[in-house]
Write a protein of this length. Structure first.
Length: 588
């Protein structure tokens, strides 16, 4: 009786072997369970084959063997395809904003990790979106890893990180363990925050950015026209931000990595302009954003860089802005230059409400490198009379587009100033320069006579090189009566910039970085990447920020929601029934 079912044993054994193999590969560990399943399956295959052979079922054995081989082969092929597709297969993201694809900045940042970095998610269980995001990070580098830990079951680990709430996410790199984010039911792990935390933890120091205040510039408030969103984004990326009043401080602080002049409404004092000029000459970095119909008093400073802000208003009559409710006074930019600040933008959009063109001319023998950043479209022009009721291009007074709204400029920092030698001062005195006493006063005729009398009593010294004699002079007299200025040691007057160059970003608009506009399209990326480039956080990649999910929920009134409900529950089924009845009647 048992031999009657012996021919089925190879099939059962094959299934057991397949189950054990799949379980072992998926779990990643060959525990006794998968190994035992494979062993039992092998025994069943051998036992069934022997039993079938003894019963003389040659043809049945051959057919069964062929079927078993075909089944195992198909299962093996499907399993291999599934394994390689999951582990190494290409990923296709069809969402509008590439929501499930890590941004170029994240990819470059994680791929360049040089030390192990681990993300700890302290929660009872992580959501599918959080684990999928962390899996995307882990695919980029072997130095990146993550782990989900229950703070109640692993209390010792939670105390080491000082966990205070369920859902806290921490980074761990060596002895540094910063908090990234606290997850909630409606707040999944953000790529923007995680990438910013990774960039911050990799920096050896915190870049310090000052925002000039005191002349009507945009402040740090969360109101309309404030910079609260821009400041928060900078701090997420690891920057320290402070306000700066050059009317109070006579110079830019030594630890400043960049200074931002965001839309001043009144002119700066000459001393403030000179402080900015000295800062740039020493290798500093400045971002100047000026709106139309404003004068900041920076013309002389900008002229040395070959930059001029055109006071005409940029008008865009292409109609692109009307799609999103914007008028011709708000140009949309789709075209960008070949500079690290904007090279990753492609043909995406940035918006500049009420902007002015910027021009940059080559300054002779200046060593300045100027790169245009933002280009308007061909259907734009610089309007000289923005108060006109009817906008029309005047070829005699207006400038036809494309126009440039921003430039990035750099040049080598000025060398340290070293006091001239005494011999050079002697040569200058020989050319007839006026002498002065050590107090800085010009010598009168009486004082000059006394000095000559005193000099005549000074013993002569022999100059072995000249072969003659000359009077021994004091340092003051050798310097025309002035005390010599000590030379500044090179190490105390080095450039502020790690790259040894001064940098300037000039944009003919400041509104794009304010609260109402910062999160619109690529506006925030233009601002943040400019600061990244200015502060020479050069080891960090510059590109667009991680995309955020767009809320596409449709808000329906109660009446419309009820109408859609009746349509789905009553009307559509009735239409189906009516069609079926009509088809039945036609066949009769």
């Amino acid at each position: 009786m048992l031999f009657k079912y012996a021919r089925y044993l190879p099939f059962v054994g094959t299934a057991a072997c397949a189950a054990g193999t799949v379980a072992g590969f998926i779990s990643g560990s060959w525990t006794p369970g998968p190994v035992l399943a494979i062993a039992c399956g092998t025994l069943l295959i051998v036992a069934g084959t022997i039993a079938i052979g003894r019963m003389g079922w040659g043809r049945s054995l051959q057919a069964g063997t062929n079927a078993a081989i075909a089944t195992v082969s198909i299962l093996a092929i499907l399993g291999a395809l599934n394994f390689f597709a999951v582990r190494f297969g290409p990923r296709l993201d069809l969402t509008e904003t590439q929501l499930f694809t890590l941004s170029p900045q994240t990819q470059q940042l994680v791929e360049n990790l040089d030390k192990p970095l681990k993300v700890w998610v302290f929660a009872r269980s992580a959501t599918e979106s959080t684990e999928e995001l962390l899996d995307n990070y882990a695919r980029l580098s072997e130095e990146f890893s993550y782990e989900v830990a229950d703070p109640e079951r692993r209390a010792g680990l939670a105390r080491r990180f000082e966990v205070r709430a369920d859902g806290e996410v921490y980074l761990e790199r060596g002895d540094t363990r910063p908090l990234v984010q606290t997850l909630g039911p409606s707040e999944p792990l953000s790529e923007a925050r995680l990438t910013g935390a990774i960039a911050k933890i990799q920096r050896d120091s915190t870049p310090l950015v000052f925002f000039l205040q005191g002349h009507g510039e945009a402040n740090f408030s969360a109101d309309e026209g404030g910079l609260a969103q821009a400041i928060a984004a900078l701090e997420e990326r690891g920057f320290a931000v402070e306000e700066l009043s050059l009317a109070v401080k006579s110079a830019v602080p030594e630890d400043a990595d960049a200074v931002v002049v965001a839309g001043p409404l009144r002119m700066l004092f000459p001393g403030e302009v000179q402080a900015l000029q000295s800062y740039l000459d020493g290798g500093g970095s400045v971002m100047v954003m000026l709106d139309p119909q404003t004068e900041a008093g920076l013309e002389d400073l900008l002229e040395e860089w070959g930059v001029r802000f055109d006071d005409r208003l940029v008008v865009d009559v292409s109609g692109n802005g009307s799609v999103v409710g914007l008028g011709p006074e708000t140009p949309l930019v789709f075209d960008y230059g070949e500079h690290p600040i904007v090279e990753a933008f492609g043909n995406d959009i940035s918006i500049y409400p009420i902007a002015r063109p910027v021009e940059a001319e080559a300054v002779l023998d200046s060593g300045i490198q100027a790169s245009p950043l933002l280009f308007t479209g061909e259907q734009t022009w610089a309007e000289s009379d923005p108060t006109s009721l009817s906008l029309s291009f005047d070829p005699e007074q207006d400038a036809r587009g494309p126009l440039v709204l921003g430039y990035a400029l750099s040049k080598a920092a000025s060398p340290p100033a070293i006091a001239p030698s005494l011999s050079e001062d002697r040569d200058a005195n020989d050319l007839g320069e006026d002498a002065s006493d050590p107090t800085g006063e010009v010598l009168t005729e009486e004082k000059s006579t006394e000095t000559e009398t005193q000099d005549s009593t000074v013993p002569e010294t022999v100059d072995p090189d000249a072969g003659g004699t000359e009077s021994a002079e004091s340092p003051a007299s050798a310097n025309g009566g002035k005390l010599p200025t000590p030379a500044v040691p090179a190490e105390e007057n080095e450039s502020r910039s790690p790259s040894g160059e001064a940098r300037l970003v000039a944009i003919g608009n400041s509104t794009f970085a304010t609260n109402d506009w910062f999160q619109q399209q690529l506006n925030g990326d233009v601002f943040l990447n400019s600061i990244e480039w200015l502060t020479n956080a050069g080891d960090q990649p510059l590109s667009i920020r991680p995309p955020e999910q767009t809320d596409r929920r449709i808000e329906l009134s109660p009446a419309r929601a009820q109408a859609i409900g009746w349509l789905a529950l009553l009307l559509m089924p009735l239409l189906g029934i009516a069609g079926a009845v009509s088809a039945w009647l036609l066949r009769q």
